[in-house]
Design a protein around this ligand. Sequence first.
Ligand code: ADP
Ligand code: MG
Length: 248
Amino acid sequence: MNDGLENLQNYFKQLRLTETATELPNILRKAEQSTWTYREFIKEIVEFELTKREEKSIEKRMRWAKFPYMKTLELFDLSDQTSLNERQLNQLKELNWLEQQYNLILLGPPGVGKTHLAIGLGIEAIQKGFNVMFVTMGELINLLKTREFTRKSQVQLNRIESSDLVIIDDLMYMAMDSREANLFFHLINHLYERSSIILTSNKSPDQWGELLGDEGITTAILDRILHRVEVVQMNDDSYRMKHRQGMF
Ligand code: ADP
Ligand code: MG
């Protein structure tokens, strides 16, 4: 029986059903102890492989997303956030905006939870099968500027450009020169109507022009970002300040 089992496991491996190959002895034991029909038995095997693959795919995409930290929406406390109610949060969580390629702009001063909310939505999107990338504005500009001669930047940008959701954190926190604004415009133009973007910023879009410098480019960027957008203004006191653990 045993050498037969090993043969069988090798067949599964050849068919690239590696998860099932490893688990086969347990599945067979379970089958012997139960009253499964042939059909149920096959279903058990196929479902096992599919579930494992799904888990692996989620794990892989979570790593690729490069979140600075993992905080889910379940950890997002609404009692301190009067600018966002439960119904709105649930709507965001359903991800219709992502399916319809809407962008999301999360505005507000530091510490109100913009990054946390963006990451929480990113995690949700990965669990639902989307590809997500998180990048700060500073990193993004750096990637764009080094794309031509750095393999690592190329890989990162290719992932960004093929993601369903790109989270750009802390937009306009620094002023850009015209070359940077140009590179940024080309990226936005590429993502436009192909993917969704979540932008977090402590400045409202009407102030973005100051930082982008060039008026023509600012208009072109805003045009694409604001074409299909949902804006969430988060103006409560800093969660970080309210919940900080003081020494005294
Ligand atoms: P921002 O990006 O707006 O500057 P962050 O998202 O980085 O703020 O939030 C700062 C810290 O406070 C993080 O640790 C975050 O998890 C926490 N935080 C902010 N708002 C909330 C909230 N509503 N519920 C739970 N934690 C929050
Ligand atoms: Mg932030």
